[in-house]
Write a protein that binds this ligand. Structure first.
Ligand code: T5A
Ligand code: NA
Length: 213
């Protein structure tokens, strides 16, 4: 008799938060911890500065070029869309993905410039919807004392406050988890790790949904 072999899809987990909240630190630790359990997991990050579009974004962030707000907003979104085939293929073969920033950063940073939030959200509608968003919440003063703060565009306290306000508007308690990120790295990691393992178990059999649809 023929047996149908169903591959369990991986989970899509996003780390969000203001600049220097510890997203990249936590993403790397997560990769190590989950890999040790034998489960397949990989990291992605947005902006992904390695693509052609990402290269332009990188120049913009390092203040080497100027771009209209609308133009750079659409480039950030395009940078996500260009990686959707890879996201889908990875999840389909059963590997989970931890993503360092996603569409929420796109809206929060452009919105903080005063751009219309609905206009900002439109290009990201229909992206793969994360199974969980882990929001690393950090006091702006503590963030500004962390390494390298202030080097790139957007890294100033007033702007980051506006960013945070928009993150709170986007927060959806049905799949967002807020983690206090001022605590020691290992303590923050333990909280994130629990959410990630739980999400990987829970989402094993369900199809991926579309963001804001
Ligand atoms: N952006 C992004 C948009 O405008 N639109 C978009 O659509 C997207 C996706 C670059 C910029 O692009 C904007 C947002 C950003 O301004 P990025 O490349 O993700 O985005 O920025 P990075 O500079 O790489 O990352 P961040 O500045 O956001 O920092 P992280 O990743 O949150 O913080 P991390 O892990 O690098 O840690 C920062 C420092 O703090 C220490 C670390 O060791 C490090 O020195 N640290 C801690 N110290 C004490 N206690 C803890 N718990 C700590 N955790 C970390
Ligand atoms: Na980062």
């Amino acid at each position: 008799s023929r047996k149908m072999v169903m591959t369990r899809r991986g989970a899509l987990i996003v780390l969000e938060g203001c600049d220097k909240a510890g997203k990249s630190t936590q993403a790397k630790m997560m990769l190590d911890s989950v890999t040790k359990t034998g489960k397949g997991i990989r990291l992605m990050n947005f902006p992904d500065r390695t693509t052609t579009i990402g290269g332009i974004i990188d120049q913009y962030l390092r203040k080497q070029i100027e771009l209209k707000d609308e133009a750079v907003h659409l480039l950030f979104s395009a940078n996500r869309w260009e990686l959707v085939p890879e996201i889908k293929a990875t999840l389909a073969r059963g590997e989970s993905i931890v993503v360092d920033r996603y569409a929420y950063s796109g809206i929060a940073f452009s919105g903080a410039k005063g751009m219309d939030l609905e206009w900002c959200r439109a290009p990201d509608v229909g992206l793969p919807k994360p199974d969980a968003v882990i929001y690393l919440n950090l006091d702006k003063k503590i963030a500004s004392q962390r390494g390298d703060y202030g080097q790139e565009r957007y890294e100033n306290i007033e702007f980051q406050e506006k960013v945070k306000d928009i993150f709170w508007k986007l927060k959806d308690d049905s799949y967002w988890h807020v983690i206090e990120a001022s605590r020691p790295i290992e303590v923050v990691h333990q909280d994130c790790y629990k959410i990630v393992l739980e999400t990987i178990q829970r989402k094993e059999h369900q199809p991926i949904e579309l963001l804001w649809k």
